[in-house]
Design a protein around this ligand. Structure first.
Ligand SMILES: [Mg+2]
Length: 368
């Protein structure tokens, strides 16, 4: 039997070349929280990533120290047992930071499992395919970026082979954002998919107005129109428009997705394994979605989600962030995931296949 011997959380933060703004927030930095699990086999180390801990790195660190005591000497292959051990609602909370740390730990456990199995994670999880369409996420609001610059960004994405692109809405008036949608559709032509993401900025009646005005631009989805807990408002939106509604990046665990599905509040589910509970929990949401004939389009973290979206039969598309939104692009991982002709291939290396470039990351380490 293999045993867990150590668990650490390493957090990094570096400035973006330019701050980016969505419907609610401006982001000045990129964050990365890497979970490292050591085992008594010196050749087997698990690497996972936890969701954003930007405002509370100290809480993340303390949570990780707490879970370390739980995990030491357990068998890393027993992910169901370990998840259950970590999931103690009265002690660690049922959402938020604690579940993000559980997520990073669980992802690292699956990295270990697949490394021991000597196969890439997507194969271990189901191996439905080894390649998936990707969309380039961007279209942020930025200082000095007008309609011309937005249009240029979209044309550049298409010239890179993108068959789908996403832009932000929700920070301006509805009519101004509709204008942005219009010029993006014109820039990319009729055959490239276009998505919009409001990052919870609207009230449900505003979202209904937006969708009504946006329908003629043939949107592939309208993402997070309202507050993540407003299932009823979101159901009203799905009923009012032909545009599919996508959501889930702020949802936690199988229970949150169960509620969203039961409210008929979503057409395309966007679980984020780094936030909602890791690979173990993600695969349960996949099964829930399959039982309801719903599709999965994971949120962010392309280097992890490439394995999850290709493993399953209802994974439709991968979110892909370009070098333009990350000044450390290419300096974080050996073998950075690449998009070619709008598609991404799952890595063939054992495990998740992430090897951090520790020396490049070191200068941006967050001290806690
Ligand atoms: Mg989003």
């Amino acid at each position: 039997m293999i045993k867990i011997t150590d668990l650490n959380l390493k957090m990094y933060k570096w400035p973006r070349s330019k701050p980016i703004t969505n419907g609610l927030y401006t982001y000045t930095h990129n964050l990365l929280s890497i979970v490292v699990i050591e085992t008594d086999d010196p050749n087997i180390t698990g690497i996972g990533i936890s969701g954003n801990l930007e405002v509370t790195p100290q809480v993340g660190k303390h949570m990780c120290d707490h879970f370390k005591k739980v995990l030491i000497n357990l068998d890393p292959l027993d992910n169901e047992k370990i998840w259950r051990e970590m999931w103690r609602p009265k002690l660690v909370g049922r959402r938020g930071i604690s579940t993000r740390i559980i997520s990073g730990i669980d992802i690292a456990l699956w990295d270990i499992k697949a490394k021991i199995a000597n196969m890439p994670l997507y194969k271990l999880l189901g191996g439905f395919t080894n390649m998936v369409d990707a969309y380039i996420a961007g279209g942020y609001y930025e200082e000095g970026k007008g309609l011309d610059e937005l249009s240029e960004e979209m044309r550049e994405n298409v010239s890179l082979g993108a068959k789908a692109v996403k832009i932000k809405v929700g920070a301006l008036s509805i009519n101004e954002d509709i204008e942005r949608v219009k010029i993006c559709r014109e820039a990319i032509g009729p055959d490239v998919k276009l998505m919009v993401d409001a990052n919870n900025a609207y009230k449900h009646y505003e979202a209904i107005e937006f969708a009504r005005k946006a329908e003629k631009y043939d949107l592939f989805w309208f993402e997070e129109p309202v507050e993540p807990d407003d299932y009823i408002g979101q159901r009203e939106i799905t009923r009012s428009t032909s545009i599919p509604i996508a959501a889930g990046e702020n949802e936690y665990t199988r229970y949150g997705f169960r509620d969203m599905i039961n409210h008929r509040a979503v057409d395309i589910l966007q679980p984020d394994a780094l936030i909602m509970g890791g690979v173990t929990e993600f695969m349960k949401v996949v099964a829930l979605a399959q039982a309801n004939d719903l599709d999965i389009a994971p949120h962010g973290a392309q280097e992890i989600h490439i394995h999850l979206v290709t493993a399953i039969s209802n994974g439709i598309i991968l979110e892909y962030y370009r070098d333009t939104v990350n000044s450390m692009y290419g300096k974080i991982w050996e073998n950075e995931l690449e998009i070619k002709n709008g598609q991404v291939y799952a890595p063939d290396r054992p495990g998740i296949g992430l090897v951090p470039k520790w020396d490049k990351l070191e200068p941006y380490s967050i001290e806690t």
